[in-house]
Design a protein around this ligand. Structure first.
Ligand SMILES: Cc1cc2nc3c(=O)[nH]c(=O)nc-3n(C[C@H](O)[C@H](O)[C@H](O)COP(=O)(O)OP(=O)(O)OC[C@H]3O[C@@H](n4cnc5c(N)ncnc54)[C@H](O)[C@@H]3O)c2cc1C
Length: 309
């Protein structure tokens, strides 16, 4: 119920304008958002790297309605990739296709995303295409498939809560393009297309993890990034990997900036590849609302900020 409410709020433009103006919510958002500028976030990556934790940087933004805004998003990412290169910090980038104009023009979106992937290739790094709500799933997969015809330094996110996901993953594996970040899914979807029960989402996530780390998928060059803070999912992965003698280098764990830092550090110390998704920028409102939706207990954290001197 609360989850649905926060997802609903995340889409309200008037609420976004109101909340962005409130200094106190900006302060609270800092729990999940690393900073406002690319310079600030590079420092955060350095701190993570010192703990053997890798990063993927997200310049926050989504749902743009003009080609000009989409082109600005591309320019921001090119600037970020230049900075990653100049400062010598190893970091991937993550982006959302609605930020690159997917809802304005598929062709413009493809052109802009391709230019970011090319830039990333020039500086020796990798681009992850995030997955948005189900109205974008088919088009996001189509853009990803087009990008993979030309580039190998790009991967996609797949959500375990969708019924269609197993078929999507099998299709990507068969075509030897399954470079996948697997997550549970952060949006509110109807029971007609997504598992309504958490237990079913979890079971699907474990099944998909086992399939992607299994012999058949690995023979097709599959790479899995297991994106979760759920200890049960993490333990299931560790168990599967140990039982099948899979190298700790063959996959990675991913978590979000500001969530379960203790677990991030522990996995890195145990020798697993650990990558943290680090968002930054001014457009933090919908991202922040989704983090509240995932864990309504976070609202107490926000309220405590209001009353802190
Ligand atoms: C690296 C990364 C990238 C992602 N990219 C996408 C994407 O492209 N598309 C998409 O739909 N979703 C994405 N997600 C979000 C994901 O779908 C889930 O909504 C989110 O990760 C919560 O699910 P969970 O697996 O952590 O498990 P849950 O069962 O939801 O949570 C397990 C435990 O993690 C902790 N936790 C989880 N969320 C929070 C929170 N917000 N605040 C505090 N503690 C929390 C709590 O301790 C909780 O008990 C991404 C997640 C990660 C880690």
């Amino acid at each position: 119920m609360l989850r649905a409410f926060f997802i609903y709020l995340s889409k309200l433009h008037w609420m976004r304008s109101l909340i962005l103006k409130l200094g106190l919510t900006r302060k609270a958002s800092r729990r999940f958002v690393a900073g406002e500028t690319a310079q600030e976030v590079i420092e955060v990556v350095r701190q993570l790297n010192r703990q053997n934790i890798l990063a993927t940087l997200d310049h926050l933004g989504e749902d743009v309605h003009t080609e000009a805004d989409a082109r600005n998003a591309r320019d921001d990412y090119v600037h970020l990739l230049d900075l990653i290169h100049q400062r010598g910090v190893p970091s991937h980038v993550s982006l959302k296709l609605s930020q690159f104009g997917l809802d304005v023009s598929g062709d413009v979106c493809r052109e802009l995303v391709a230019s970011v992937i090319e830039k990333a290739a020039q500086v020796g790094t990798f681009v992850r295409i995030d997955m948005e709500d189900s109205s974008h799933t088919e088009r996001t997969l189509a853009v990803y498939r087009d990008m993979r015809q030309k580039y190998s330094n790009v991967g996609i996110v797949i959500q375990a809560y969708l019924y269609r996901t197993e078929g999507d993953i099998r299709g990507l594996v068969n075509d030897s393009i399954a470079t996948v970040r697997l997550c549970k899914g952060a949006y509110k979807e109807p029971a007609s297309i997504a598992f309504p029960r958490k237990a079913d989402v979890d079971a699907n996530m474990v099944r998909l993890m086992q399939f992607m780390l299994g012999d058949e998928a690995q023979a097709h060059g599959t790479h899995l990034a297991m994106a979760t803070h759920d200890v049960k999912m993490i333990e299931a992965t560790k168990k599967f990997v140990a039982e099948h003698n899979i190298s700790k280098d063959a996959f990675e764990f991913q978590m979000l900036y500001g969530i379960r830092r203790d677990l991030q550090q522990r996995l890195a110390a145990e020798g697993y590849k650990m990558r943290v998704y680090v968002p930054y920028g001014n457009e933090w409102y919908p991202y922040f609302m989704r983090r509240l939706a995932e864990r309504p207990a976070n609202i107490w954290f926000i309220l405590s900020n209001f009353f802190r001197p």
